[in-house]
Design a protein around this ligand. Structure first.
Ligand SMILES: [Zn+2]
Length: 86
């Protein structure tokens, strides 16, 4: 192992999961999805269409997409309003 490879390891993205004892980010080396091996790094999430843990749908792909569209539209409207009033 070279010194450079250790530098690379230390520069790896860090896990952002909330630590139980102080509420700060976990900071362990993260995997592709931004979480470490303890916080679901390898997990790709529940299969599409899985309803076993369904509560109310606030985070469903459909609801998230709808909110995203609404936010984008609001942003545009505010920009237009600002243009018109200045
Ligand atoms: Zn973690």
């Amino acid at each position: 192992m070279t010194a450079n490879s250790m530098e690379k390891a230390h520069a790896a993205p860090r896990c952002g999961a909330r630590r139980k004892y102080d509420g700060q980010p976990c900071q362990a080396p993260a995997m592709k999805n931004g979480r470490c091996y303890l916080h679901g790094g390898k997990s790709t999430g529940a299969p599409k269409g899985n309803k076993n843990g369904w509560k109310h749908g606030l985070r469903s792909a459909e609801a998230v997409a709808q909110r995203k569209r609404t936010t984008a539209l609001l942003r545009k409207l505010r920009a237009t309003l600002t243009q018109l009033t200045t």
